[in-house]
Design a protein. Sequence first.
Length: 403
Amino acid sequence: MGNQLVRIAPSQISPLESYIQDLNPDLKIRFTKNLGSTRFVKGAKCDSEAGPVVVKVFVIPPSNDVTKLDEDIEKHVARLKELRDALAPNILTFQATRFDGGRAAFIIRQYGKYSLYDRISTRPFLTNLEKRWLAFQLLLALEQCHKLGVCHGDIKLENILVSSWSWLTLTDFASFKPTFLPEDNPADFSYFFDTSRRRVCYIAPERFVGRASITESLSAQPPSVPVSESEGSAPSGEAALTQSMDVFSVGCCIAELFTDGIPVFDFSQLLEYRGGKFEPEEVLGKIEDEDVRDLIWHMISKDPVARLSIEEYLERERGKVFPENFYTFLQPYIGMFTRSPPMSSDQKIQRIHHDLGHLETLLASEDPGEMIDGGCLVIVTNVVVSCVRSLQLTTSKISCLEV
């Protein structure tokens, strides 16, 4: 699929609601609102029996070789199913796919109200510690992917969801989008990746190549690379994504998080950065914390070989950008509330109330390996506040007030 579809995009596209109606009636999905449309993929929020979901629609383009096109789409559907079965905690994959040879293919996932892009501009504004906590979770999410040999391919703030209690999930994996883009045609970038129309570009610079290289990569056999680097690739016939490409994108996202929404690169700036004609010093200079700034500069290195793995960054920044108690206490404790089966609001409040004595002990601990600071309690408090409106039991409400 990928680049081949640029030349055969549908000239006539029906209203999004009409495609949603094509879904199997057994799914009982009802269109709610449009979440933004491009010529490549259209998104909609829908209601279902399991709650609100996001349905992404790929309109089947006209083709002289319908059988070959169907086979290509089936490969991508199979790949999305593999991702669904492989990933967990800080990851939200597409839970359902549907393609029956009709006029569109569908992928469906749980709906998240806020992306990280939404959150950084929403009151109450994030504190420095909360930004670090979100950046830490983002690295953990990507580490989970890379350990399973999965690359994302399109990491940006719009594809990072944040709950009301600051739990982060990475979503909208782009295994069906091309690895390489032409450096001389912004239309291809807009077609596949600029879904927000912000013109923000966090695609790794090595993914922009001459058209001759793209043609060669499509006609050649898949390159021979280690399994850990190839599992995030597109199906056979297209070049593989690499982990270092994701690292660059994450560095850009962390930079925008710590600058409160100032993008590091737009499309033209990224190409200039690739050619050595632009440096994002003005933007990154707004980040006061030197450790955070150094981390970002390292992650967005123009040379992909110079970038470390996510696991190495997590180890290198332990005790610097990311406090020790993120690793030893906060991540496992907050992660407990995300396990299946999910806790109700009452159960969360009861559990935190039960743990108050232990939390007080950790605050006063003389062991640096166990001690937590008040910042951790800010994150725990976010969990409490997010539960207040949905409490059911009077005893839980009393416990909430005691907390």
